[in-house]
Design a binder for this molecule. Structure first.
Ligand code: AMP
Ligand code: ZN
Length: 465
């Protein structure tokens, strides 16, 4: 497998920290729970989900950590404006995040550490203490503690950033007069009135952690000094991930991350979908329009993670049609389980996985999927596929779907509806069409529609039913 490493700006062959164990530690920056995440955020999480699932398909064991940022300027402001404690303010957004992940079939991380957990606050304080003792951090006149970027020669290497440019912009904001260098970032923010009741004691006085140190503390606490893969959206590269490197390596003296993978943005009319621009949709916004979780998942996943993806309603329709084709194909393959002739010997190969091995090339992988659908459909049309081949494709689909996770979930029919449907089927088989029509009407009044298709009887919920 190979991936584009933001650090080197090159495609690199993937080698885990521990090749013998095939165990991979992966850290992904999670949501800041001050509002409901929008589907732009979910583009990043779905990319990470795809990455994890592909590694698992390839036989690796993943230890995935996703943090929850539940203390920062935005969460504090939200709690203050709502006039409730911070944890009460963030709780419903955490809940909504987990619900949305479930709808989008995103695998749960092994750990979801929260920044306000006392255990991690202690670790942050400990790390800051170490950085000060090594001269990599200092307490300024405003009582906050800052990282001294001039003492960390690698600072700027991830973002490929020239520090002299940072200097030339000069000091812009009043509160930055306390810092030695404009690029120095806060590790510990001294308490001020705006923080209200949000504060922890530390050797530098009451205050709260900076956002960057939260991720350094939680990632190294759970995954150790070195992480195989660290992900996020491209907006995380600078300053957030750059700062994570400086802090973590400043403390451990070891290379923090082996592979940095960043996904490009979800755009709306060429601009980043974001809270601040107000051009965003949440998952419930799309569900209200009738799109399902798997359709939204597919729409956000189908473009290579390093290419910007424009959100459009046509794109949503394309996703819907693509999945309808998959559904139809699976139904046909299942029917072909009694085919006898095999003229083509069309057995599935490795192209799908191999495309994903190549820097998670989902477009090529999906291209191969739909080409296979076209060819196998043609063979079925011409009666040239036998049961063994159909089953081989169905087995192949299981592998493919373990990564894509877009197969339609079997509809959950209420028990009494199943009973009525079964009775109708029996009536039809007995050619009692009067009874079968009565049962159809009965189902109809309960909001279910019956259709007789070549695959047999199909029951669907009536629109608006
Ligand atoms: P935030 O809650 O703002 O910290 O963002 C959470 C994650 O979503 C980060 O990995 C961001 O890089 C990512 N993200 C934010 N906006 C977008 C977008 N429009 N497209 C893709 N990823 C995004
Ligand atoms: Zn982070």
């Amino acid at each position: 497998m190979r991936f584009f490493n933001t650090y080197s700006r090159q495609i690199e062959e993937f080698e885990p920290r521990d090749p013998a164990e095939r165990k991979i530690g992966i850290y992904t920056c999670g949501p800041t729970v001050y509002s409901r995440a929008h589907i732009g955020n979910f583009r990043a999480y779905i990319f990470e989900d795809l990455l994890q699932r592909h590694f698992e398909l390839r036989g690796f064991k993943m230890h995935r950590v996703m943090n929850i940022t539940d203390v920062d300027d935005k969460t504090i402001r939200g709690a203050r404006e709502a006039n409730i404690p911070l944890s009460e303010f963030t709780a419903p957004f955490k809940q909504a995040f987990f619900e949305d992940c479930e709808t989008l079939r995103i695998k749960r991380a092994d750990d979801f550490p929260a920044a306000t957990d006392q255990r991690y606050i202690e670790r942050m304080i400990e790390m800051i203490g170490t950085l000060i003792s090594r001269d990599l951090a200092y307490q300024a006149d405003d009582k906050s503690v800052y990282f001294r970027i001039n003492k960390f020669p690698d600072y700027g290497k991830l973002a490929h950033f020239d520090l002299t440019q940072l200097q030339s912009t000069g000091r812009v904001k009043h509160d930055e007069y306390d810092k030695e260098h404009i690029g120095d970032f806060a590790l510990w923010k001294a308490w001020d009135e705006e923080d209200g009741g949000v504060a922890w004691e530390s050797p530098w006085g009451r205050g709260r952690p900076g956002w960057h140190i939260e991720c350094s503390a939680m990632s190294t606490a759970l995954l150790g000094d070195q992480i195989d893969i660290h992900c996020g959206g491209v907006d995380n590269i600078f300053p957030h991930h750059e700062a994570e490197i400086a802090q973590s390596e400043g403390v451990t003296g070891k290379k923090f991350v082996r592979y940095w993978l960043h996904c490009a943005h979800l755009l709306v009319d060429g601009q980043k979908m974001s809270k601040s621009l107000g051009n965003f949709y949440t998952l419930p916004n799309l569900l209200e329009k009738g799109y399902t979780g798997r359709e939204i998942r597919y729409a956000l996943m189908r473009v290579h993670y390093r290419a910007p993806l424009n959100f459009t309603w046509e794109g949503m329709e394309e996703a819907r049609q693509a999945l309808a084709r998959v559904d139809e194909w699976l139904a046909r393959l299942r029917e072909t389980a009694n085919g006898k002739i095999d003229k083509k010997n069309m057995k599935p190969g490795q192209q799908f996985e191999e495309a994903l091995d190549d820097d998670l090339n989902i477009s090529a992988a999906l291209g191969f999927l739909f080409e296979s659908i076209r060819e196998t459909n043609r063979a079925i049309d011409q009666n040239e596929m036998d049961a063994a081949t159909a089953n081989a494709w169905l087995d192949w689909w299981k592998r493919v779907n373990s990564v894509l996770v877009v197969e339609e979930a079997p509809a959950e029919l209420p028990a009494e509806i199943t009973k009525l449907a079964e009775a109708r089927l029996q009536a039809r088989l007995a050619k009692d069409f009067q009874k079968s029509d009565e049962l159809r009407n009965e189902l109809g009044t309960r909001g279910w529609e019956v259709r007789d298709t070549k695959d047999g009887q199909k029951i669907t919920r009536r629109a608006g039913g």
